[in-house]
Design a protein around this ligand. Structure first.
Ligand code: 13P
Ligand code: SF4
Length: 311
């Protein structure tokens, strides 16, 4: 008898049939990362989404990432495994609230820089988008004669202020995963592995960033760990990153940074995606990202500005 095709085979078959590309964020499960055409950080994924000539983009990440892919590709079909894969940062800054804030503070003439972890509505209200991989560069390129409002992540915002010396007004949002790492949890693991270097994402709090040897985006973590002479690294970000690192830097040891109450940190939104849901979205072409054309057009401008500035 002929064996039934596996789920992975079926996904690959559908991908070909649909002329689809599978993009996956570094926080996805190992199975999804292994099957994706490209795995990367928010910045790398934005470039890939912009460049692809596929007809369908299957985006394994969270909703705002798939939405960004749609904004720069209005004529392509963008599907995601689970439409409920949100982000606490996105939720912390609803577009109507930002709009109201900008109205009340119109006299300030803010230059608004939005971290890509936000809705299309917020992007549409912004002057430039940034990711953790280019935030320093984007802030340095902002007009010097206007105050900056940085939304929605206050931790990334304060890290960029430390790096650039540029003062900014910060929206008070946070990533619910990264704020769970504490000074005590990281000091504890450092004691256990005294030779390991600590690598943390800039969405972590100041107290945690202070304990890190390197603070950077998920993509830069790969380069840092590969190029650094150290043999072991404590990774202070979402757990999916460990798969990427173990796959690409197999000769080194990666230790999960513990949070205040568990051994590793999972983003419940990132982990909503499964192989079965990826299969189904390619088969049904649903759920799809859609958005009003006027919002899309307004949101596209600051994304393109970012892509241009961080080349
Ligand atoms: P990166 O752009 O560094 O991959 O970060 C995305 C994210 O969601 C961090 O929580
Ligand atoms: Fe959003 Fe945090 Fe999850 Fe990243 S890890 S998608 S910032 S909730």
């Amino acid at each position: 008898a002929v064996a039934a095709p596996s789920l992975v085979d079926e996904i690959l078959r559908l991908k070909k049939e649909r002329n689809a590309v599978i993009l996956a964020h570094n926080y996805q499960s190992r199975e999804i990362q292994e099957l994706a055409d490209f795995v990367g950080d928010s910045l790398g994924l934005s470039y890939k989404a912009k460049e692809t000539d596929a007809d369908v983009i299957a985006f394994c990440g969270v909703h705002f990432m798939a939405e960004t892919a749609k904004i720069v590709n209005p004529n392509k079909i963008v599907v995601l495994p689970d439409a409920n894969a949100g982000c606490s940062l996105e939720q912390s800054c609803p577009a109507p609230q930002l709009e109201q804030f900008l109205k009340v503070n119109a006299d300030k003439n803010y230059y608004v820089i939005a971290y890509i972890n936000c809705s299309g509505g917020v992007k549409a209200l912004s002057d430039c988008i940034c990711t953790s991989g280019n935030a320093v560069k984007i802030v340095e390129a902002a007009p010097k004669d206007r105050p900056i409002l940085f939304v929605p992540d206050q931790n990334l915002g304060s890290w960029v202020m430390e790096q650039t010396g540029r003062k900014m007004d910060l929206w008070k949002g946070a990533c619910y995963v990264h704020v769970e790492f504490t000074r005590d949890s990281i000091n504890g693991i450092k004691e256990e592995y005294p030779d390991a270097k600590v690598v943390a994402h800039p969405e972590c709090t100041y107290a945690v960033r202070m304990l890190a040897d390197e603070v950077c985006s998920t993509e830069k973590m790969v380069h840092y760990c590969r190029d650094n002479p150290a043999k072991s690294f404590i990774i202070v970000t979402e757990s999916g990153m460990l798969h990427r690192l173990r796959r690409e830097v197999p000769d080194k040891t990666f230790i999960e940074g513990p949070t205040g109450h568990c051994r590793c940190a999972d983003c419940r939104y990132m982990k909503m995606n499964t192989l079965q849901k990826l299969h189904d979205c390619l088969k049904d072409l649903r759920p799809q990202v859609t958005m009003p054309e006027d919002v899309r057009k307004k949101a596209e401008k600051p994304i393109l500005r970012m892509l241009e500035l961080s080349k």
